[in-house]
Design a protein around this ligand. Sequence first.
Ligand code: IPE
Ligand code: IPE
Ligand code: MG
Length: 248
Amino acid sequence: MSFSPPGSAPAPELDPHRMPLHVAVIMDGNGRWARRRLLNRLRGHEAGAETVRRIVRASRETGIAYLTLYAFSTENWQRPTTEVTGLMGLLERFLDGEAAGLMENNIRLRTIGQRQRLPAGVRAALERAIEATAANDGMTLILALSYGGRDEIVAMARDLAREAAAGRLDADRIDAHTVAAHLSTAGIPDPDLLIRTSGEMRISNFLLWQIAYAEIFFTDTLWPDFSREEFLSILGAYQRRERRFGRV
Ligand code: IPE
Ligand code: IPE
Ligand code: MG
């Protein structure tokens, strides 16, 4: 990542006191971007990786504390093998290529999702980058890989059932905090802002529990075309929204 110096000065029109603490992004539209250019879908994913660099940098510079990127869903395993293999190879190269930039910019890497399902090479690259960046505290970048909200909720239910059966947990004392503490996002604040590119207006099994009160923005822009300017303009629009959390 060739980041500019990690100054955390927000763009002039943004109020530094009203920045979302956690931004989550459903990065969609790589395939359509490629098709429009008569290119292989993988070229779209490669172009999408450039956008990841751009948005990570913009997030770091504007002082966002947590950025979660939906990179591969539990359902995406059903895509053709060539696409899955290509994506996994791209991911591995991306991780190895970005590790130095993450260090330079004081960014900590984490993941959510079924890490054990990822190919060994990707797992190894992840483990290296996660370990190397563990003490960084400028921003946390969370990659959702083989992630599904329902899968996460099922795993949480199993955990709680096991603890209750073992007598370590009183079922009547389970509350929203107990549930949140058993999700893969335990300790991470819920997203304040959720962005989905490519014009699809759905959640596609992303962070089902955590987005209960997220402000949602949909844009028709395909992920490879998603610019820093549009990202900043969504941050500005977010700051103009009134969040009520069920109150008046
Ligand atoms: C998003 O782009 C990336 C992943 C889901 C891995 P898509 O590959 O879904 O692109 P479209 O939706 O087909 O255009
Ligand atoms: C959601 O995009 C998953 C990711 C961005 C990783 P999809 O392209 O897989 O979602 P659907 O199939 O349009 O719902
Ligand atoms: Mg898609």
